[in-house]
Design a protein around this ligand. Structure first.
Ligand code: 9MR
Length: 548
């Protein structure tokens, strides 16, 4: 008899590819070392295997064994069964197994749309009135502008809060555009049931444009980018239309301007064929931003005294320069941009916790390697290729030593995005050198996110048998619907526990990989955020394109 899934059997709760690696982690010592795969429909045992030896795993404060059923390849729906533990959460084996969660990760953005009502036809039970039209937004003195207002509509909410931040609009857009540049067919028109479905353009590009349209409004006449559009304090846990505190255009910064320059240079390539006029406007905006940054190379942002929302401050803009130069070089072919980059000095080491402050330099490398801007015999190409493969090999070396096979061993705010950003490096490596070890590394990172992890949750809302119900997300908290908005990635374990004063309760002496709780106040472990969903979409999209 198949009962409720045991979270002591950690498994990818969505499923595995027929020809792919398939492993689960068993976190409690069983009485026998046998495990079985059971077909959920017929209840028949279809495969039997032996658990591995015990691994001591201090990062999760656990001793674990591994069930490896890679060899079993028949499509179907199964549970893994261990006599004294019961059965795992159900999962599937099939060739397009990750497609629903891939599409869900993009549909999740639709639910983050500002300035429009989400109707029942597209939003189902999560339909809601419009909030935040942002049609008259006042300049805060930190913007350097005379008192006045601008219209700055559209865009998505950044996270569980209702503000809009240029850094964290343009950096994740760069990750989403990367998937489109590599695999443009991944999400066609009519796939997502959004208002633009059926207009002849990929739903993916339609959804991304909703954000990019907003970012374009944040460019000042002089080319510089305002840093964010925000209230002075975070709003309460209420629905968008009830969160009506005044919003301001705050700050202007080199980092925001360069990220915008990079993202819009890339947008030029992405939209060129389907909307040449829009593409051209993006490139013009990019060049204008770049010129501003050349004249204002060190305008660092920190919150003005009366503003207490997300800062996205960064005191080192070298990575942003690299990304902007790279994208502009690829889009224009102008070697002046190449000359600005010191490729020899490029830092190929992936460091957890540096996502929106540093990972964009890798996005620049991905674009340069993918674009055909260099002959493959070019020494620049050779250097970047070798460096990236080296970085991927180092990640695999690290993940090979860890029972959950995740490529990081330090857990910061948004650690799930670190796992996925690292997996982006592995995915790029696989495209440069189709050695199955890289593909396997990417698949195992997806397994980790979707349930094969020490807390036994699939971290994507609504996808999996056991998923977060109490994300730190104002709409989900206030809408009186038990299930949170689907398709959103929880930040993941964060050993720094910055939210304990806010009512979040962690187990005592919690291990780093278990420092995650499904509690609404936990903004440091259980919030959702654009730059976490972006590499999720990339990785799922990449994997769907490798499936046979
Ligand atoms: O993702 C950000 C994380 O790296 C920082 O440590 C943290 C504190 O500054 O802020 C995170 O970003 C939040 C942003 O400031 C506001 N919107 C929600 C973001 C995710 O928690």
């Amino acid at each position: 008899i198949i009962g409720p899934g045991s979270s002591d059997i950690r498994i990818n709760q969505i499923g595995y590819y027929p020809n792919g690696i398939k492993k689960a982690v068993i976190a409690v010592e069983p009485t026998t070392l046998e495990f079985a795969l059971v077909d959920s429909g017929s209840k028949r045992t279809v495969y039997q295997g032996q658990l591995s030896e015990v691994f001591d795993w201090p990062l999760a404060n656990e001793q674990v064994r591994i069930a490896d059923f890679t060899e079993f390849q028949d499509p179907g729906e199964y549970v893994l069964y261990i006599p004294n533990l019961g059965n795992s959460h159900p999962f599937e084996i099939r060739s397009d197994v990750l497609n629903p969660v891939l599409e869900g990760s993009v549909k999740g953005l639709y639910f983050q749309r500002t300035g429009m009502a989400l109707d029942e036809k597209h939003a189902g039970k999560w339909h809601r009135p419009a909030g935040h039209p942002d049609s008259l937004v006042a300049f805060h003195p930190s913007s350097g502008k005379q008192p006045g207002t601008i219209a700055s509509p559209k865009g998505w909410y950044d996270a569980g809060d209702y503000n809009k931040y240029i850094i964290n609009a343009t950096f994740p857009l760069g990750q989403w555009f990367r998937l489109y540049e590599e695999y443009p067919e991944t999400i066609p028109d009519d796939a997502l049931n959004i208002p633009e479905s059926g207009n002849g353009v990929s739903d993916y590009l339609d959804e991304l444009k909703y954000e990019l349209d907003w970012a374009l409004t944040m460019q000042d006449e002089d080319g510089g980018l305002f840093h964010k559009l925000t209230t002075k304090n975070f709003e309460g846990m209420v629905m968008p239309h009830q969160a009506t505190a005044e919003r301001f255009i705050v700050g202007k910064s080199t980092a925001a301007t360069l990220d915008f320059a990079a993202c819009t240079a890339q947008a030029y390539r992405v939209y060129q064929d389907i909307n040449p006029e829009y593409a051209k406007a993006c490139l013009d905006a990019s060049l204008k931003a770049y010129r501003w940054a050349r004249e204002n190379p060190e305008v660092l942002f920190s919150n003005p005294e009366d503003v207490h929302t997300g800062e996205y401050g960064d005191n080192d803009v070298a990575d942003e320069w690299f990304w902007a130069n790279a994208e502009l070089f690829v889009s224009t072919g102008d070697s002046a941009f190449l000359e600005q980059m010191d490729l020899e000095a490029f830092d190929f080491e992936f460091r957890p916790g540096e996502s929106w402050t540093g990972f964009m330099r890798f996005l620049g490398v991905f674009s340069m390697l993918d674009s055909g801007s260099f002959e493959t015999s070019d020494s620049n190409y050779q250097h970047l290729r070798a460096g990236l493969l080296g970085s991927a090999d180092e990640l695999l070396r690290r993940s090979g030593q860890l029972p959950y096979f995740q490529p990081i061993d330090d857990f910061h705010w948004g650690s799930n995005s670190d796992v996925l950003n690292a997996a982006m490096i592995l995915a790029q490596a696989y495209q440069l050198d189709p050695d199955p070890k890289y593909l396997q590394g990417v698949r195992q990172a997806a397994d980790y996110i979707l349930g094969n992890n020490p807390v036994g949750y699939s971290y994507v809302t609504g996808f999996g048998d056991r998923t977060p119900l109490f994300i730190h997300h104002r709409q989900s908290a206030a809408d009186s619907i038990p299930e949170p908005v689907p398709g959103l990635l929880s930040g993941g374990p964060n050993s720094r526990l910055q939210d304990t004063t806010n009512g979040t309760v962690y187990p005592e002496n919690v291990a780093p990989m278990k420092a995650w709780v499904d509690q609404e106040p936990s903004y440091a472990s259980n919030e959702i955020c654009l730059n976490w969903n972006a590499p999720l979409t990339y990785i799922l999209g990449f994997l769907e394109n490798q499936a046979d």
